[in-house]
Design a protein around this ligand. Structure first.
Ligand SMILES: [Fe+2]
Length: 362
């Protein structure tokens, strides 16, 4: 079982399911594979700047986003009005970075090196929302408002004790109902701040609704949930399940996208989910992959014509268990190299990020 830290529990089909007439694990896998391929059909947007040239700026923006979110949460906790102007300026600068090379910031989100999950989660979800919104054609003020909404979406958690937010075991009914109050509490904090627009209010209140009406707090379903809130549920779940938490282990980005496709009929808007997959790629930039020849490599860039064959920087041989002088491979142009699967860096004790900033990687 995997949970997102909220009372939505996802069934992991890999663990088996004895429900009579239920689809087999193989059926589910084949269906997910087909839908994954469907999601990435057609050309994606080409990025004007290589990832290594954007990494330093992305690192700086990631740090800045952390302090902006921390200030917002602290203001919320003290009952002060939330200053969204700082978030708006941040969203604008993040948008510029995303336009140059979205892979740099997306890769930064893999660094979960802060103790405070709630802050880091808001940073990740806000950044993902800007990337996703832009990919869907949002520009200017609507994109800014969408980004602000996701940077502040969990501000209501500031009133929930850490012992509940970080509880390793199952939450009891009382704890569940407390957690379920955070969207409304966040909405209240933002309403008290006169300068917050309709989109951030909507996203904050509705980012835990589900397409099948089984979410909270209002049990909205289908298109009664706004498109922005439906997008928010996707980026929220993606970041939650790729993060290590006291109550579940992180899964890799590629595995997370597969799991979300499995769950999409109940949880997510399927059309939007496929667009999200197309936006981040099957192997998002910064992902560690194992090649069929046993090499480990970092994904350094997407091939806009074929998201299954990104550019990678290979650096480690799993068969010999040794590093080698890194080599860049454009898998779209290579007949001898291809990806076997994505891997968890912790499993191999390697740091794939090092090879993103590598000046020789492009
Ligand atoms: Fe939330």
């Amino acid at each position: 079982m995997l949970a997102t830290g909220v009372p939505s529990v996802y069934i992991d089909t890999d663990k088996g399911d004895d429900v009579h007439d239920a689809p087999t694990v193989d059926d589910v896998r084949a269906d997910v594979n087909a839908r994954m391929l469907d999601a990435i059909a057609g050309p994606a947007e080409a990025l004007p700047v290589p990832v290594n040239e954007e990494m330093e700026n992305a690192r700086f923006l990631h740090e800045r986003a952390y302090s902006v979110v921390r200030d917002i949460m602290q203001d919320g906790r003290m009952g002060k009005a939330v200053q969204v102007e700082n978030v708006a300026a941040l969203v604008d600068d993040i948008t510029q970075s995303v336009v140059r090379n979205s892979g740099a910031l997306l890769a930064m989100l893999r660094l979960k090196n802060r103790d405070d999950y709630t802050f880091m989660h808001c940073v990740s979800v806000g950044t993902l929302m800007v990337t996703f919104g832009r990919a869907l054609g949002l520009r200017g003020e609507p994109l800014r408002q969408a980004g602000i909404g996701d940077f502040v979406h969990d501000v209501g958690k500031t009133f929930i004790p850490d012992a509940v937010l970080n509880k390793p075991g199952q939450l009891n009914d009382g704890e569940f109902s407390l957690i379920k109050r955070h969207p409304a509490m966040g909405h209240e904090i933002l309403q008290r701040s006169s300068n917050v627009g309709a989109a951030p209010l909507d996203i904050t209140l509705h980012h835990h609704e589900r397409i099948d009406g089984k979410g909270y707090p209002e049990k909205l379903s289908g298109e009664d949930i706004s498109q922005l809130a439906r997008m928010a549920t996707i980026v929220d779940a993606y970041d939650a399940i790729t993060s290590e938490r006291p109550y579940h282990h992180a899964i890799t980005p590629t595995e997370a996208l597969r799991k979300m496709l499995e769950w999409s009929s109940g949880h997510f808007d399927d059309v939007l989910l496929k667009k999200f997959i197309r936006c981040v790629g099957i192997y998002p930039t910064g992902t560690l992959v194992r090649m069929k020849n046993g090499w480990l490599a970092t994904v350094t860039g997407q091939n806009s014509a074929d998201l299954l064959r990104p550019t990678v920087r290979a650096f480690y041989c799993t068969r010999k268990r040794e590093y080698f002088s890194p080599v860049t491979i454009d898998l779209a142009r290579s007949s001898s190299h291809s990806i076997a699967e994505d891997e968890a860096p912790e499993l191999w004790g390697v740091n794939p990020m090092v090879y993103l900033a590598d000046k020789a990687s492009h």
